[in-house]
Design a protein around this ligand. Structure first.
Ligand code: NDP
Length: 293
């Protein structure tokens, strides 16, 4: 069957790769970018180049947007609001949940539907196995365009609240960055005694894999159950003991002459939970200090 047309607005590294993926999958593609010259490689592959944002909106019911921020969408389409009527906008740019909710209202005000999305791969990952996108907004709009959007990666609908896509996206990025930043502190700690990172690697790999597992170190699942139950049993691993351990970590980092602020932030977080009365509880009680800054 004929593939449905798609308009792609924004041809940075992400948008250009998305447009190429749609083209490779057989979709007729129209592109628009503030800097028109970036469309040349796509035009050579068969994409139509819209002269104006209004022409881009007229070319397809499905409009995929990938730009630096949400302001770029207003800067690009803001003068062509009449052409928004009946369109499904899919914005895969980064922004705050508040910006996403405001954008959904803006689209609705002009007769369009907005699906927000957070795409969890860099440009080379687009359309590869394992790629996925957190979507939020009206589920029926996603279901209507699912086959097309899954050219980019699996489409996971997280809910109708348009802010959810970025909450999931930011949550995953925080996990990614903080885990890897902790690895860099760990590498620097052993490195202060001349140990190369490669000697720590197998322990780091085992440690992080165990966290996601089912064993006694499977703390992702353990914490999830405790947090959802709202019960934080300390047992033989009290938070007070772990706060003391975090203090030792700060001292070790200082002795090693490396950055102490990451470890100190961890210790301070634990300290606040202890101060709030969770010393005899378990690690999961730290969620209270995170939720109540
Ligand atoms: P950029 O953030 O560099 O986006 C560049 C695009 O935004 C270009 O098309 C640029 O137009 C356009 N743009 C920026 N400001 C404006 C404006 N005021 N008006 C009109 N157009 C504007 O590149 P990426 O492609 O890397 O990222 C796109 C989005 O995807 C970002 O929100 C990013 O957070 C997100 N993302 C990126 C990932 C990555 O690995 N790169 C991974 C996952 C998500 P012009 O060419 O004219 O400058």
């Amino acid at each position: 069957p004929a593939k449905s047309p798609v308009t792609v607005v924004g041809l940075g590294p992400m948008g250009a790769t998305m447009a190429a993926a749609f083209l490779a999958a057989g979709h007729p593609i129209t592109v628009w970018n503030r800097t028109a010259a970036k469309a040349a490689p796509l035009a050579a592959k068969g994409a139509a180049l819209a002269a104006t944002p209004a022409d881009a909106l007229a070319a397809a019911e499905l409009v995929v947007i990938s730009q630096t921020h949400y302001q770029a969408m207003y800067d690009s389409l803001g003068g062509s609001e009449a052409a928004l009527k009946g369109r499904t906008l899919v914005n895969l740019s980064s922004g705050s949940p508040t910006e996403l909710r405001a954008a959904a209202d803006w689209a609705a005000g002009h007769g369009a539907v907005l699906l927000t999305g957070g795409i969890m791969v860099p440009p080379p990952g687009i359309g590869t196995p394992g790629a996925y996108v957190h979507y939020s907004g009206p589920r029926d709009a996603l279901d209507r365009h699912r086959a097309t959007l899954e050219v980019l990666g699996r489409a996971d609908h997280q809910g109708d609240d348009p802010g959810l896509a970025m909450l999931f996206y930011q949550a995953e990025l925080y996990l990614f960055w903080s885990t890897l930043a902790a690895y860099m502190h760990a590498v620097a700690l052993v490195g202060s005694a001349g140990v190369p990172a490669s000697r720590l690697l197998p322990y780091a790999a085992g440690n992080t894999a165990a966290l996601a597992g089912d064993g006694p170190m499977g703390f992702l699942k353990i914490l999830t159950a405790e947090i959802e139950a709202g019960a934080y049993p300390g047992g033989e691993n009290s938070l007070l003991m772990q706060k003391t351990g975090a203090e030792h970590l700060v001292h070790a980092a200082a002795d090693a002459g490396i950055d102490t602020r990451g470890p100190a932030a961890l210790r301070d977080l634990f300290q606040r939970a202890v101060d709030a009365g969770h010393g005899a509880d378990g690690l999961s009680s730290v969620i209270e200090a995170v939720r109540n800054p």
